[in-house]
Design a protein around this ligand. Structure first.
Ligand SMILES: Cc1ncc(COP(=O)(O)O)c(C=O)c1O
Length: 284
């Protein structure tokens, strides 16, 4: 690797070149996906909604029985890395794994691994196509609501989406209800009403989802959090994805069938309100 252009990462608080970032072959994150993570992004070079992301990371870590450095320490490491690896805007990923352990499912004594990476964030499209997949999100699983590194199901579903010319795959839950995407939450305007699956659907408590719910309340747009049939999505008047990277992204087609409007009027209002929020506050 070319040392001059090599990326740097933060490994356990030390900034090192990518090729020198030594993670044990026995790291439980690598062997069994035993880890938790957050994907954050910058606006104007500053990390957006750090506190909300840290709270979710803490919850994921607590439930998984992982120790987490305090918020100020992790934030300082991420900020230091952003200064060392400056991009116009960055995607920032914080990953904490079970660390060195036996080559079995049982976690070892550690020490845990804390890895922070940054990468340039390119232009994010404001509309995109999605597919639905037949595989269920387990709304009764041990990992429900947590952001863990066990993302194999998402990898498989997203690959299918890409193969079919879409950018996101939408899962039903075990009851066949609309749940979420591989890396996004979903909102539909169906029968004239803005709706989104409740957290009991098994979806991740998305930070962008929460912000959209708060912005909708400010704008006087009623949102119903209610179980929805998967079929509400292709039959919706408009629909959008919410995520840290996509922000509010209109859906133009579902399984190759166009929706009536993308972005529709409600999506446009919420997308504009979200952009305004990112310009106004860095840690809302
Ligand atoms: C499975 C899943 N659902 C939803 C989201 C959206 O969450 P957020 O808005 O916090 O990025 C993500 C984020 O990556 C995710 O991985």
């Amino acid at each position: 690797m070319d040392k001059a252009t090599e990326r740097r990462v933060s490994l356990n608080g030390l900034i090192v070149p990518e090729s020198a970032a030594a993670i044990s072959p026995f790291d439980h994150g690598i062997t069994v996906g035993d880890g938790v993570f957050e994907t954050l992004r910058t606006f104007g070079g500053q990390i957006f909604t750090w506190n909300r992301h840290y709270e979710r990371l803490k919850r994921s870590a607590d439930v998984m029985g992982l120790e987490l450095h305090d918020s100020a320490t992790l934030r300082a490491w991420a900020t230091e890395l952003l200064a060392a690896e400056p991009y116009p805007e960055s995607r920032v990923r914080v990953t904490v794994t079970g660390g060195v352990g036996p080559a079995s499912t049982l976690r070892g004594e550690g020490p845990q691994t804390t890895l922070i990476t940054t990468s340039p964030l390119g232009e994010v499209p404001t509309v995109s196509g999605v597919i639905t997949v037949p595989w269920a999100r387990n709304d009764r699983g041990a990992l429900v609501g947590l952001k863990t590194t066990s993302y194999g199901e998402n990898v498989r579903a997203l690959r299918r989406a890409r193969d079919l010319g879409a950018t996101e795959a939408i899962f039903p839950n075990t009851r066949g209800e609309l749940c979420e995407g591989t890396g996004s939450n979903i909102f539909v305007i169906w029968e004239g009403q803005l709706r989104t699956p409740p957290l009991s659907s098994g979806c991740l408590p998305g930070i962008t989802r929460s912000l959209v719910l708060e912005l909708a309340a400010e704008l006087g747009i009623e949102v119903i959090q209610t179980p929805l049939p998967l079929q509400s999505l292709p039959r919706s008047d408009e629909a959008f994805l919410s995520s840290t990277i996509r922000c509010v992204q209109a859906i133009h087609s579902v399984d190759g069938q166009a929706l009536p409007a993308a972005p529709g009027p409600i999506t446009s209002r919420l997308a504009a309100a979200f952009t305004a929020l990112t310009e106004r506050e860095i840690d809302p």
